[in-house]
Design a protein around this ligand. Structure first.
Ligand code: RTP
Length: 146
């Protein structure tokens, strides 16, 4: 069975509010071109609980409250993306956090093409498999992702 050689991995990917409004179709196009399977998708504003789960490593940093508030203020597109090495590959496709850095170093990345600024930088992605599983559970409930 192919799955044995190419194990599928899942990540939680999200199109942030401003980009969800303006660039959803273009970003979805890049997701598909990169070969991800969209296992689940929904469009809704995050709760504070969800935003806090996504950004748990930044609790206490000066931008944390601002970030959580921004993420709850309008609908995001939230997806489970599935592919071999999905966590890392989605982060590659997102590009660097700061759009100026993204434009300079990864012009094909989503952030280079669609970010407004460091807060409204188009997309989010889990940083590792453990975060991915927790975030998926937080948004979509307990599902069998294997
Ligand atoms: P992700 O958003 O998927 O976590 O992306 P990331 O790993 O590239 O960014 P991270 O360092 O985890 O930061 C999370 C989000 O916080 C905002 N941020 N603002 N003002 C600032 O210096 C600053 N640093 C980070 C960004 O919106 C970033 O996406």
């Amino acid at each position: 069975e192919l799955q044995f050689f190419f194990p599928q991995e899942h990540t939680l990917a999200l199109i942030k509010p401003a980009a969800a409004k303006k660039h959803k179709d273009d970003i979805m196009q890049k997701v598909k071109e990169a070969g991800f399977t969209i296992s689940k998708i929904k469009e809704e504003a995050l709760t504070r609980e969800m935003a806090t789960q996504f950004y748990r490593d930044h609790k206490g940093k000066p931008f944390f409250e601002h970030l959580v508030t921004y993420m709850t203020e309008g609908p995001s597109v939230v997806m489970i993306l599935t592919k071999e090495n999905a966590v890392e590959e989605w982060r590659q496709l997102m590009g660097p956090t700061d759009p100026e850095v993204a434009k300079a170093t990864s012009p094909e990345s989503i952030r280079a093409q669609f970010a407004q600024d460091i807060l409204s930088n188009a997309v989010h992605g889990s940083s590792n498999r453990e975060h991915a599983l927790k975030s998926i559970e937080c948004v979509f409930g307990e599902i069998d992702t294997d």
